[in-house]
Write a new protein. Structure first.
Length: 395
C-alpha cells in the first residue's frame, strides 16, 4: 500500500512509522540491495485500514513554522565533552531527563556493531547512546515503546535524525507534554551494509574482532578528529577523518540513503524541541568558545525545549548567537547533500571489490588524479632530461 502512495521508492526515508502503526503487523522492513530498510506489505494479512499511508511523514508532510533561538554551548564536564561528538550537550540534557525518572531513546551499537534505536533508563546507559555513529540506525519498534512510556506518564526524551523525529511525531499523532524530542543537523545517513563491510574489513586486517568503535576521537582536536577501532586483542586502529576509508566514503556522499539527497526536513523550522549540531566556524563567530575540544550549536525550537534548556544552564557555558550567521558554516541544516556521480558504480562493486579498492576507485578527488597525472608527466620529462645530461656528460 505504501508503495502505491509514495511516488518513488527513493522518497521513503525508512522511519518505520508505517511498520509501527500497522494493527496487523503485516508491514516488515526489508533490506534492499544497497543495505537500506524499506517497508514491505504482506497483502494476505492487510485489512486496508490505510493507517500506514496516513502515518507516512512524507505523504502527509505539513509545514512547520517556528523561530528557533540559537546558542553556542559547552558542557562543563570535560570528560563527557571529550567523549561526545560536539560539546556534549546531549548527555547533559539526557542526564536531566533521567534525574527526573525519564527514559531516553537514541542510537546504539548492538554486539555485532549494527546500529539500532533503543532506550536507556540510567546515566551509565547513556554511554551507549553518546557519540555520533555515521550510518542509518534501525528504529525497530522504538516508536511503540516510546508511546508505552508516554501513556504511562514517564518523561520521554527521543533523539534521532530529523526524519526519525518526524516519523515519531506522526506515529504518536497527538502532543504529549511529557515528550521532548532532539534532532541533529544531519549530513545524511550511509548504508548499514557499507558499514558492516567496513567493520569486517577492519577485523580481517586486525585478525581479531572489534570491541569498541569511536567515530570521534578528539585527541588531535575536534576539527581533525579520528576514527578509532579497539580490537579484542587490545590493539587499536586509529585514523584521521579525511584518511579513514569509511569516513571518506561518507563525506564524499557516495553511500547515503537515496532520500537524503532530497531531504524534506532541511529547514531552520524544525519538528523537534531541540536541535543539536557541531558548531563549525565557531572560531570565526565566538573564538573565545573554541578550544578545539568540541562546541555545540543548539537550537531551541519550542517551549518544551526552552524549559529543558533552562534546567541544564548550570552545567554548561553558553552564549546566544545569530542563527543565520551560525548556519553559514553548517549548510547541512538547510541543504541536502549532492549525490556523488560514482554512487551507482560504488554500490555495484560493493560486494566484489575489497573496501580499500572500492574507496580508492570511487572516492578519490578527480583533481588529485589529474594532479597525479600532471606530476607524473613532469617527473617523466625531468628523468628524460637527467638521462640526456648523463649521456652528454659522458661524451
Ligand atoms: C549521521 C549523522 C550526520 C550528522 N551530520 C552533521 C552535520 O552535517 N553537521 C553537524 O553540525 N552535525 C552533524 N551531526 C551531529 C553531530 O555529529 C553531533 O551528533 C551533535 O552535535 C550532538 O553532539 P553532542 O556532543 O551534543 O552529543 P553526542 O553524544 O555526540 O550525540 C549523541 C546523540 O546522537 C544520536 N545519534 C548518534 N548517531 C546517530 C544516528 N546514526 N542516527 C540518529 N541519531 C544518532 C544519539 O542517539 C544521541 O542522541 C550528525 C550526526 C549524525 C549521527
Amino acid at each position: 500500500m505504501i508503495d502505491k502512495e509514495l511516488k518513488n521508492k527513493k522518497d521513503c526515508m525508512g522511519c518505520h512509522a508505517c511498520a509501527n502503526i500497522c494493527p496487523k503487523n503485516c508491514i516488515s522492513m526489508e533490506v534492499d540491495e544497497e543495505g537500506f530498510l524499506y517497508p514491505t506489505v504482506d497483502c494476505s494479512l492487510c485489512i486496508k485500514c490505510h493507517k500506514c499511508v496516513d502515518v507516512c511523514p512524507i505523504i502527509n508532510k505539513t509545514k512547520v513554522e517556528n523561530n528557533p533561538i540559537a546558542y553556542s554551548c559547552i558542557n562543563n564536564d570535560e570528560t563527557i565533552r571529550l567523549d561526545s561528538s560536539s560539546g556534549g550537550i546531549f548527555t547533559l540534557i539526557a542526564g536531566k531527563v533521567i534525574d527526573q525518572g525519564g527514559v531516553v531513546f537514541g542510537a546504539r551499537f548492538n554486539e555485532r556493531f549494527e546500529l539500532e534505536h533503543n532506550f536507556v533508563e540510567t546515566k551509565e546507559g547513556l554511554n551507549q547512546l553518546r557519540g555520533s555513529k555515521y550510518l542509518q540506525s534501525k528504529i525497530g519498534d522504538s516508536y511503540k515503546q516510546a508511546k508505552f512510556f508516554l501513556d504511562s506518564g514517564r518523561i520521554v526524551l527521543f533523539t534521532g535524525t530529523p526524519c526519525q523525529i518526524a516519523g515519531l511525531k506522526s506515529y504518536l499523532s497527538i502532543s504529549y507534554i511529557n515528550l521532548c524530542t532532539i534532532d541533529i543537523i544531519c549530513h545524511g545517513v550511509p548504508s548499514p551494509d557499507v558499514w558492516c563491510r567496513y567493520v569486517k574489513f577492519r577485523e580481517t586486517k586486525a585478525g581479531t574482532q572489534v570491541q569498541r568503535i569511536a567515530f570521534r576521537q578528539k585527541d588531535e582536536g575536534w576539527k581533525q578528529y579520528s576514527v578509532s577501532f579497539l580490537f579484542k586483542n587490545d590493539t587499536e586502529y586509529r585514523q584521521n577523518l579525511f584518511k579513514d576509508l569509511y569516513m571518506r566514503a561518507f563525506l564524499k556522499d557516495v553511500c547515503l540513503r537515496p532520500s537524503c539527497y532530497d531531504c524534506r526536513f532541511k529547514s531552520l523550522s524544525r519538528e523537534s524541541d531541540i536541535t543539536l549540531a557541531d558548531f563549525w566556524g565557531i572560531q570565526n563567530i565566538l573564538p573565545q568558545m573554541d578550544d578545539d575540544k568540541g562546541t555545540s550549536l543548539v537550537f531551541i525550537n519550542s517551549e518544551i525545549g526552552q524549559t529543558l534548556f533552562e534546567e541544564i544552564k548550570d552545567g554548561m557555558l553558553y552564549q546566544e548567537v545569530d542563527i543565520n550567521e551560525a548556519v553559514k558554516y553548517n549548510s547541512a541544516a538547510i541543504k541536502s547533500s549532492r549525490p556523488n556521480k560514482n554512487r551507482e558504480k560504488f554500490f555495484k562493486d560493493l560486494s566484489s571489490l575489497s573496501f580499500d579498492r572500492l574507496v580508492k576507485m570511487y572516492c578519490t578527488d578527480k583533481l588529485s588524479i589529474r594532479a597525479k597525472k600532471f606530476l607524473k608527466s613532469i617527473l617523466k620529462k625531468i628523468t628524460i632530461k637527467l638521462g640526456l645530461m648523463k649521456v652528454i656528460k659522458k661524451l
